[in-house]
Design a protein around this ligand. Structure first.
Ligand SMILES: Cc1ncc(COP(=O)(O)O)c(C=O)c1O
Length: 426
């Protein structure tokens, strides 16, 4: 293999004829991305901190990836910090908010106790669990605002009502990974910004605003100026990039606080030290370039295929037997996500999938796949009845999914359900 000319031979999308409809769990590398990773491995292996040409080449690649990410979000390259993934980026925001709270108390003479963070009841575990852990340790308190069963969204008024004098962070995901419901983040930022002006006059800590955009990037418009957030989480493997991530911070260290969780060699301006993973960063930059150029076409294609999927499900099972769990009147949702239940006894999502021969999908978040037949807490908090939620399936289509793939997947589901019903017949 010619060094730096071809990527590794592995076929990223080879699934031996199976139909992959689990793009919210992860996506394969785009060919352009694997090429960029390979090229960087071969040609930019120098330490980016070295001052000789091998180092400069790597540094240059990292700089251009940073620029691509900034372009994708409407931010500036200096507002991007590379991380190992979304989990780290989310933890870093929470860690920063707690430090910011204590810094804001120093020397004021009025103590507000421990930091308080407001989030929703449907966030990813990389938000929920660190907050629960801080709560157990008595280091912070959190309010998990329930989503409205009418909209599937955390309503702005409910989030604002949860704010206390010691609140230092509001974190609301941009789109939910299970339902695909898009949250009102721009409106929330505006309202918090106005509130912060009043709080400053009262000597209360500024409330930072974070959104986890893991599921939205590559599937819809993501612009940090429109969103008005202080922090935004980026997850490469959700948009055909490598398994690293980044955090957008509006002017880190000046307009917006950012406190490192790791200490070391000073990389990423000491916000996230450790020798940079140049090939993966180059791949992430390439993935961002693809999104920049094509996101509208990706979105239109996925929406078309997802709508076709929903129509085909209804036509195949009958309107009475299908319940779409993420159709909320007035709420926008991701273009690629279809969460539904096939109604009937013994048709738990996990059992149906186990009887599928070609379809690869999931019943909810991949990180909950070990939770047995328990219905998804996200669906329950959206008001889906438990007996419906336990039959839920999440099918998420991708850039390359076709209507023919959908036909095969639905046919597979029909056969799986027929088999299960035959097995149950007395
Ligand atoms: C909404 C959301 N946030 C965060 C993450 C975590 O990202 P990572 O897998 O890079 O740690 C995921 C991935 O599953 C996600 O769906």
């Amino acid at each position: 293999m010619g060094a730096g000319t071809e990527p590794a031979e592995a076929q990223c999308d080879s699934l031996e004829g199976r139909i992959y409809l689990d793009y919210n769990a992860t996506t394969p590398l785009a060919p352009e991305v694997s090429q960029a990773v390979w090229d960087a491995m071969c040609q930019a292996w120098g330490n980016p901190s070295s001052s000789h040409p091998a180092g400069s080449k790597a540094k240059e690649l990292i700089g251009s990836a940073r620029q691509s990410l900034a372009n994708m979000l409407g931010g500036r390259p200096e507002d991007i910090v590379f991380t190992s993934g979304g989990t780290e980026a989310n933890n870093m925001v929470i860690h920063t908010a707690c430090r910011h709270f204590h810094d804001s108390q120093r020397g004021t003479g009025n103590s507000q106790g421990i930091p308080h963070i407001v989030t929703s009841s449907v966030e990813h575990d990389s938000i929920r669990l660190p907050l629960e852990q801080l709560g157990k340790e008595g280091l912070a308190e959190a309010t998990f605002v329930p989503v409205s069963p009418r909209s599937g969204q955390a309503e702005v008024d409910d989030v604002l009502a949860a704010i206390q004098p010691n609140t230092c962070l509001v974190s609301l995901m941009l789109a939910n990974n299970e339902t695909g419901v898009i949250m009102p983040v721009a409106e929330l930022s505006q309202r918090v910004c106005a509130l912060n002006r009043r709080r400053a006059a009262q000597g209360l800590p500024r409330i930072l605003v974070h959104t986890d955009a893991a599921q939205m990037i590559g599937k819809g418009r993501v612009d940090v100026q429109e969103l008005g957030v202080d922090y935004l989480t980026i997850v490469g493997h959700k948009f055909h990039g490598p398994r690293i991530g980044a955090l957008y911070i509006r002017s880190p260290g000046t307009a917006t606080p950012l406190h490192p969780m790791l200490f070391g060699g000073g990389q990423e301006r000491s916000f996230r030290p450790g020798t940079e993973n140049t090939p993966m960063i180059a791949g992430l930059g390439q993935a961002a370039e693809l999104v920049n150029k094509n996101w509208e076409a990706y979105e239109a294609h996925m929406r078309d295929v997802r709508d076709y999927l929903e129509a085909t499900l209804e036509a195949s099972f009958g309107k009475q037997r299908i319940r779409f769990n993420s159709h909320f009147k007035g709420s926008k949702r991701l273009c690629n996500t279809c969460n539904f239940s096939i109604l009937g006894p013994g048709l738990q999502g996990r059992r149906v999938l186990a009887h599928c021969k070609v379809l690869l999908a999931s019943v909810g978040a991949a990180c909950h796949s070990d939770k047995g037949d328990r219905p998804s807490p996200v669906l329950l908090s959206c008001g889906v009845p438990p007996e419906v939620a336990q039959n839920a399936l999440r099918l998420s289509v991708g850039r390359g999914t076709t209507r023919a793939d959908v036909d095969r997947a639905v046919q597979d589901l029909v056969q799986a359900v027929e088999q299960l019903e035959r097995d149950q017949a007395p």
